[in-house]
Design a protein around this ligand. Structure first.
Ligand SMILES: [Zn+2]
Length: 198
């Protein structure tokens, strides 16, 4: 069907028909993967199934991957501004803990390439809102630091700093081969994918 996805599956050696992906709606809704379902309308997916790749697609928003190596549970989340403000990371971690008995201390989190505070300019009103809601350390002029806000939310959940990895690649200004919606609003999307091999 989709050549790019087929190629990706071949490159990373998984079965494309097992790929679970989301119709992402800028929410904080998280779902647990079911046996025979691949498309979910939400912004976070959790599973403990083996050989079941989870995908998040982005172009400037933050792709977040979660892994509990003790319980062997994985998750992905799509964290744009709305998802971040609505604490999608917290909901994802809570879903992992509630559904699969994960412990927060065992969960490692990676934030992939995304638009960073160097380029993420918002309206004056939104900048003010961010400052008032999350703290002035996350705002400079009208630029906001979504990575920083997510990190703070993760740490508040009990994820230790050593278990948080944040890509410093800015999709808009780095000239790395990642799509940026702000740079080109007709661009494609790139993907964050995580899978437990069985
Ligand atoms: Zn930048």
């Amino acid at each position: 069907m989709n050549t790019a996805r087929e190629n990706l599956a071949k490159k990373y050696n998984y079965n494309n028909t097992n790929l679970c992906y989301m119709e992402q709606i800028h929410s904080n809704i998280v779902q647990v993967v079911q046996e025979n379902k691949t498309l979910y309308k939400c912004d976070g997916l959790v599973t403990n199934q083996k050989n079941r790749p989870l995908m998040v697609m982005v172009a400037d928003c933050i792709p977040i991957l979660f892994y509990d190596k003790i319980k062997d549970v994985i998750a992905v989340a799509h964290a744009g501004r709305v998802g971040t403000f609505e604490n999608i990371s917290k909901n994802t971690i809570e879903c992992m803990c509630k559904t699969f008995d994960c412990e927060v201390k065992d969960i490692a989190v990676t934030l992939g390439p995304s638009i960073q505070k160097c380029c993420y300019e918002v309206s004056q009103k939104m900048a003010k809102y961010t400052e008032n809601t999350f703290g002035k350390e996350f705002v400079k002029n009208r630029n906001i630091d979504l990575q920083g806000i997510n990190k703070k939310q993760l740490e508040k959940m009990g994820i230790s700093e050593t278990n948080i990895t944040i890509s410093s690649i800015c999709t808009q200004c780095s000239n790395k081969p990642y799509f940026s919606y702000r740079k080109d609003n007709s661009c494609g999307r790139f993907a964050g994918i995580i899978m437990l091999r069985g």
